[in-house]
Design a protein around this ligand. Structure first.
Ligand SMILES: Cc1cc2nc3c(=O)[nH]c(=O)nc-3n(C[C@H](O)[C@H](O)[C@H](O)COP(=O)(O)O)c2cc1C
Length: 178
């Protein structure tokens, strides 16, 4: 079984990024399973302590995963602070963290027309600081995401078909690398 960990960059209950992540997980290829990280439970990063159980759980989840899927909105031209906080917790010690060599796939959403492309670029840039292995292609960028959520479910079929195919490319690569 190929295991992926999903990290969603928005904590709001009706988040379009979370709805998209759930819908894409439903379309994972056979032989691929997903777990979700609870980044909202993490304390603020502070090097004076280890962050306790929430951080230990996140680190264990990343360690156990063959790859990490980020689905994040853009906040103020970058990634949400809550997501950067989670990445910072998982980034220590420098160059030796659980992200070292970890395959990562990044999807961005936004309410507007840009699809969170700046946030996506920033997440990928930050992942490079941890020597993560960022999957380059296809890139999945989802504009006007909240309009595509109906009754809590992500309902835009072209986005789901494209996103699921892109993730299948990635998970196929994970399977080959295993
Ligand atoms: C604090 C904040 C900052 C935002 N900044 C941007 C931005 O820079 N670019 C953008 O396209 N959308 C921005 N938005 C709009 C979000 O893309 C939109 O609210 C999106 O639906 C949030 O994702 P979610 O539905 O997963 O919660 C911002 C929203 C918030 C709450």
């Amino acid at each position: 079984m190929t295991r992926i960990l999903v990290m969603v960059g928005s904590l709001r209950a009706a988040a379009s990024s979370a709805a998209l992540a759930r819908a894409l997980v439903e379309r994972l290829p056979d032989g691929v399973s997903a777990d979700f990280a609870d980044i909202g439970s993490l304390p603020h990063y502070c090097a004076d302590h280890d962050g306790g159980d929430a951080v230990a759980r996140l680190l264990a989840q990343i360690r156990a995963a063959d790859g990490v899927l980020f689905v994040t909105p853009e906040y103020n031209y970058s990634m949400p602070g809550v997501l950067k906080n989670a990445i910072d917790w998982a980034s220590r010690s420098a160059y030796q963290s659980v992200f070292r060599g970890k395959s990562c796939f990044v999807i961005s959403v936004s309410g507007g027309a840009m699809g969170g492309v700046r946030a996506q670029a920033h997440v990928k840039y930050v992942l490079n600081a941890m020597l993560a292995d960022v999957f380059p292609f296809q890139e999945v960028i989802v504009p006007e995401a909240p309009k595509k959520v109906v009754d809590g479910r992500f309902a835009d079929e072209p986005t789901l078909a494209f996103g699921a195919a892109a993730i299948a490319q990635w998970t196929d690569a994970l399977k080959r690398a295993a």
